[in-house]
Write a protein that binds this ligand. Sequence first.
Ligand code: ZN
Ligand code: ZN
Ligand code: FE
Length: 765
Amino acid sequence: MNNKSAGLKISVTGIVQGVGFRPFVFTLATNHHLSGTVWNTSKGVEIEVFGSTPDIDLFYKELREQPPALARIDKITADSIPIKQINNFTINSSQVEQGQFLPISPDMSICPDCRRELFDPANRRYRYPFINCTNCGPRFSIIKDTPYDRTMTTMARFPLCSACKAEYDNPLDRRFHAQPVACHECGPRISFETKNEGIFCDERALRIAKEYIKQGKIIALKGLGGYHLVCNAENSHAVQQLRERKKRSDRPFALMAFDKSVIRKYCQINETEASELESPQHPIVLLRKNDDCSLPVNIAPSQNHLGFMLPYTPLHLLLLEPEKGFPEVLVMTSGNMSDEPIAYEDDDARQRLSLVADGFLLHNRPIHMRVDDSVIRVFENQPYFIRRSRGYAPNPILINFEMAEILACGAELKNTFCLSRSNYAFLSHHIGDLENYETLDSFERSIDHYQRLFRINPRLIASDIHPDYLSTKYAIARSTQESIPLLHVQHHHAHLAACLIDNNYYLKESVIGLIFDGTGYGTDGNIWGGEVLIGSCFSYQRRFHLAETPLPGGDTSIRNPARIALAQLFASSIDWSADLPPVQTFSQQEQSVIRSQIVNRINTPLTTSMGRLFDAVASLIGVRQIATYEGQAAIELENLYDKFEVGFYQLPIESGIIHTAELFNQIIYDLRAGVARSVISSRFHNGLSEMCLAVCKVIKTETGIETVALSGGVWQNTTLLQKTLQSLKENGFRVLIHHQIPANDGGISLGQLMVAATTFDQDLR
Ligand code: ZN
Ligand code: ZN
Ligand code: FE
């Protein structure tokens, strides 16, 4: 290493610790004959290299372009420094500074190297259920505090054996400083327990758990971020039993199969879907069912998609390893009772799941933070999030300006929260529906955890304007207790802001927001949800909205599409004729009760919700009268869509209102003429898409705005999304859809945060 002619100091920030970054730098520097040092700081990684200029240039290029699998470089800077006479390259110990922070890697699925070792009889970790390395394994779910070090994780209780220690200390080993590293000798172990048969360990535990599944029993499986309930997906009786015990009547169950070839027997997988299934995150991917799919219908009643994932931990791989007589596909659904958060602590799981599971496949590596599985679908060859959680959280969303430290509390359903510091918006994992004590508790504890991990002290809090949301109540209480200013952000404005930021759209210039969802509190006290806004992160105006219709029973009526249909027919001055399916579901007496409730406005707010319009149409044509989960009627209506039908229903637009009476009249006309429900579904979807184009054209004429943002839970309907996107683009509009976060309320907190950040930062105005 002679002829040194240059020195360079490089600073890297992003996810660069605990992901094998220093050994990668070491190898790279050595390959390029450079001397110097690399060390971790509280902000990232610092590197000093010395050598010839061409070598340094190449080193720097490869550093930027080929970082390790789990690394994420957010910022990299380089400055020339005076040459130091050092003869080798070393990895130095970390330098910790108080108050600094670093992003943390999410939990990642087992990597190909570890997978190979898992099934290699010659490897010392052969069939070890917790094999991992710097490129894979648990992270976020086991970290108690930062800096990320084994003592700060739930692995602290497992001292390394000498063989593991040697790997952990060797900069050239794949397990150098892999904090969760372990083996048969020193690491966590599995066990299987039942009330009657006692406790079994290791391979025996696995064997008996598999035997249980084979027999059609249900087991609770402790996974990466929580418990799953597992049964044989090929056995409809087992699936039915799981539904009954879990009290979940129709909502689809997620599935797991050993590899893609198994999934292909039941579903279509395109190239993007395959790469998403096999990505390091291993999300649940919604896949279109094959026409001859032989899996029991009760896995996902009335759905034409199934949610599949591949095994993402070594334990999952061992469980699903192909074996004669053992099912190829397992139901792998969250370990909870209907509306509660998933269990992740052993004693809690034993208690809460005791009535559901016949046995428990456990392990003794504690889960510190519960993290649900992520759910995506593929839209136009890109992932489109339904739920952003395991594998993605707590990866921050990168913002192109510095923000104050802000907490945004999110909405009620599908809650997430969001915290900002510097250029980072830390959007939380999926918390769940904030409707009970357990979920609220999880929400509060998770906020504390993120604040501690990323050293954030909010100076500003944002929340929804809905006075009854538990997230709003939390925001108000904290704001009062800690004297932090509070900003209430209207629900659909937050959706719009979330979509803008998701597309790196930071401009003050307004866009058109087609914000369609189920429910959100409006500034007039009504329930909004079919909103055409003009605005930016800074402000908005409501230009058009769906016609106001009564919602007898308020938000509780979302389980009752038939009741919604009657209310919307009433508002449209259409008789409740006995031939209409929703009318048939009620007795004369029930009808008069509903009528008087509507007329006298008893517990009957007005709504402009697009979700409720879908409910009403689904009910009107006899698709669904009672819903057992949110969005069920809309999904079933979408599933009927016939892509060959080009007709559409009119939704007249007048004085800022999108009228729906005409729509119902046209549907009833078709219904009475015997038109197929699939055709009616298509004409409805097509009509909405036409309406979207019409309102955008009006606004474009008025204002010149040509950019349209599509946000809100209704845009999970990819049939409507695809149609609308296409027609808007064909008519010269630039269309922003979601990419990094869900269109549903799981993305609301990011929107609230951005509204707060821009409202309070004068420089941004
Ligand atoms: Zn690995
Ligand atoms: Zn060991
Ligand atoms: Fe919403």
